[in-house]
Design a protein around this ligand. Structure first.
Ligand code: ADP
Length: 168
């Protein structure tokens, strides 16, 4: 059975990767579907995010990466997938995810949302948190795949301010 794992993945974290790896053991194929949503201001472009997810999931033979815009259910339908995979961390995720899963079912009754609960070590982890740490020069290497850590460093490395000539 084919499952679509939709999300922003801006950027992919080890929490996302954990859900993808576990999903890949449950389903015959998992499509990581990167939502292109111009309303949401993303740090990384969709093509950068595709490369990051591809690099992180290269070891998983039944995982592929794609991008979509518009409704998630329409994308799933176009791929002939009847399962949406989502991750749950905390109670606040649940409220939103429950609403989304009912909404999606109202749009296409055949769609089922399957939730995997986060592994303990990633329960606090989100893309926004990672960006916040990186913005202030903190270490994110234990939170994201190696390519993402490099991309974040490149993104937030300040170009050195040229030293001012001293006035005598
Ligand atoms: P969205 O903008 O659609 O919420 P995200 O990229 O933030 O996209 O998240 C995609 C999915 O991955 C969501 O179901 C989210 O709950 C889940 N997720 C994000 N971080 C983690 C994590 N650390 N552990 C488990 N699931 C996670």
């Amino acid at each position: 059975m084919l499952a679509v794992y939709p999300g922003s993945f801006d950027p992919i974290t080890l929490g996302h990767l954990d859900i993808i790896e576990r999903g890949a053991r449950l389903f015959s194929e998992v499509i990581v579907a990167i939502a292109h949503n111009p309303q949401k201001k993303a740090l990384f472009s969709v093509s950068q995010r595709i490369k990051q997810v591809q690099a992180a999931t290269g070891h998983l033979k039944n995982v592929r990466v794609d991008t979509f815009d518009g409704l998630t259910v329409e994308y799933a339908r176009s791929q002939q997938a009847t399962v949406l995979l989502r991750g749950l961390r905390v109670l606040s995720d649940f409220e939103y995810e429950l609403q989304m899963s009912h909404t999606n079912k109202s749009l296409w009754p055949e769609i089922e949302t399957v939730f995997l609960t986060t592994s303990n070590e990633y329960s606090f982890l989100s893309s926004s948190l990672v960006k916040e740490i990186a913005r202030f020069g903190g270490n994110v290497r234990h939170l994201v795949p190696a390519t993402v850590a490099k991309d974040l460093e490149a993104c937030f490395t300040q170009t050195p301010i040229p030293s001012q000539p001293t006035l005598e």
